[in-house]
Each structure stands twice: as C-alpha cells, then as structure tokens.
Design a protein around this ligand. Sequence first.
Ligand code: 9D3
Length: 248
Amino acid sequence: MRFDVITIFPTMVEAGLAEGVVGRARGRGLLDVVVHNLRDYTTDRHHVVDDVPFGGGPGMVMKPEPFWAALAQISAEGPPPDAVLLMSPAGRRLDEAGVRRFAGCRHVVVLCGRYEGIDERVRTRWVTDEVSIGDYVLSGGELPALVLIDAVARRVPGVVGDEQSVEEDSFARGVLDYPHYTRPAVWDGMAVPEVLTSGHHQAIRQWRRYEALRRTFERRPDLLETAALDDDERTWLRAWQTQGNIGQ
Ligand code: 9D3
C-alpha cells in the first residue's frame, strides 16, 4: 500500500513514521510512504504557502497552487489514487470502519492543513474524504495523518505479525481489552488474579471475556449496542443491567 503525505512539516511526519510497527513495515516494503514538503511545490523565491483570507478575518489560509502542483505531480506518476484525504476538524470522525475502508485502498494521498485551513477549491477539485480524528482542537493535520496511517497500516496484511490479534483487537471486536498482568505474581502486596496462574486455560479464557465485557459495560456502554456477543456474554450483561451494579 502507498501513502503520499503533503505537509509543510515533513520532518514531523517522517519522525512519526520511522519507529515501531509502521517503521518496520516501511523497511520490509509492505508500506510505501512518500512525504512531500509543500514548499517544494511553490514557484516564488520565498516558498510562500499561505495568504490572507478573502473577506477578511483572522489568520491565514493555505494557497491552492502548491497543493495543486503536488497533487498533479502525484496523479501524473500513475493511475489515479483511490482516495485523497483532507485531515480536517470539520471532517467525518475516523473509526475502525473508516480505517478498514482506507486499508482496502492501494494508493491514498493525505493532505495536512495548518493555519485556518486550505483554500476550499483544493477540497472541491481533489478531495474524496475529509477526516477528523476526534472532537478536540489540534494545531494541524500532521498528527492526525500519522494516527490514520498507523491505524490503516495495522490492517495491511503482514504489517502486524499476528493477524489474529488485529482481528481480536478492542474495536475490531467491539469490546474493550481485558486486564493484563506479568511477573512478579505479588507486587507491593497486590496479587495477580488466581485464575491466571492456575494453568486452567478454559477458565482463563472465560475470565478474560468476563472482565473485558465488564470494563466495556462500565466505561463504554455505547460499544455494546453493536458488539458481537455470545450467550455467556449476553447473560452476564443482562444480570448487570437488572442488578444495577456489577460489584468491585
Ligand atoms: C483556529 C481555527 N479554527 C477556527 C474554528 C478551526 C481550526 C482549523 C484548523 C481548528 C484546528 C485546525 C487544525 N486541526 C487540524 O488540521 C485537524 C484536526 C483537529 O484539530 N482535530 C481533530 N482532527 C483533526 S484532523 C485535522
């Protein structure tokens, strides 16, 4: 899968792509990410990428021409990209379904805005999807672009070693993760739950499903409206809902 990222902070984006799962996937050729410095697509001596807003008001707007030149060059290199994403607080909030959809693409272009935003004509001519990562204000689209690429890359076959763990992961299953413990068995007077040291694998699986569901019920009951639950899980849930408390 290929990403092209267009930004005025290419080193910020490169830094976020160098380490961990994504860095390794790039090294192994599973993921191709090309980061473009928007200023390289300017034609004036001072590499200006912004200008005052028509109609007045505070702040600056990113000029259309450099984005246009970058997008035209990227498009001319091969078949048209499957998606051109504009990272924007006014976009549709990214979720696992959106991540999965983008992971089905072969080539995605990501535009990162700064200042007040990008000239609207870039969006109307080039952008297929406007994407937000949540309802809080950031300073630009670079961190959101990294979030999106990280989430999408994990769904590219081979990027995460254990294919099963990707499918079982929290939001893929619709339920939060269960609590984790490692050695020592007692730390600062706190013992690991006995079942985990029992060697009783069936009981461990059951405990984990129970604890995962309990956390989801407590913290993210909204997820339970669409989660795929089995008979046991539906029974536990009904008991908690009628009792009005779940102990602990
Ligand atoms: C100060 C300008 N704001 C006036 C209402 C609008 C605004 C424009 C640009 C606010 C933030 C930004 C920069 N943010 C992003 O480019 C961004 C973002 C975000 O801030 N939150 C969640 N997802 C995203 S995706 C891109």
